[in-house]
Design a binder for this molecule. Structure first.
Ligand SMILES: [Zn+2]
Length: 111
């Protein structure tokens, strides 16, 4: 495993320290790794995308509300097609009132 980079030791939201055991390797490809950690102080998650090359390593961090389990689940799920995205956009833009009413209608769904 890579030594912890500065990006991987402090929460960008509250500046809290991440315990080393909170940094989880989610996915690994040749010279590319995806890590996730959850801040024990504020609860924010962070993805770290690390790319290693002959000159060193580059890193990009992304604050997220996804947990490490969410990351693994999403890594193993199939991709959403462009047709599905377009259909979702059409429903939201043309029938948002009906969609919201359907989502909020809990009649008949309570035990
Ligand atoms: Zn934090």
């Amino acid at each position: 495993m890579l030594p912890l980079l500065p990006l991987m030791t402090h929460c960008p939201m509250c500046r809290g320290l991440y315990p080393a055991e909170s940094v989880k390797l989610i996915a690994e490809r040749p010279r590319v790794k995806l890590f996730h950690s959850t801040c024990p102080a504020c609860g924010h998650g962070l993805f770290y995308y690390i790319v290693e090359n002959s000159g060193g390593a580059g890193a990009v961090g992304l604050v997220t509300d996804a947990s490490a389990l969410d990351a693994v689940r999403l890594m193993n799920s199939s991709a959403i097609s462009s047709e599905y995205c377009i259909s979702a956009h059409r429903v939201i833009s043309t029938a948002s009132r009906d969609l919201c009413q359907d989502l909020l209608d809990i009649s008949g769904k309570l035990a």
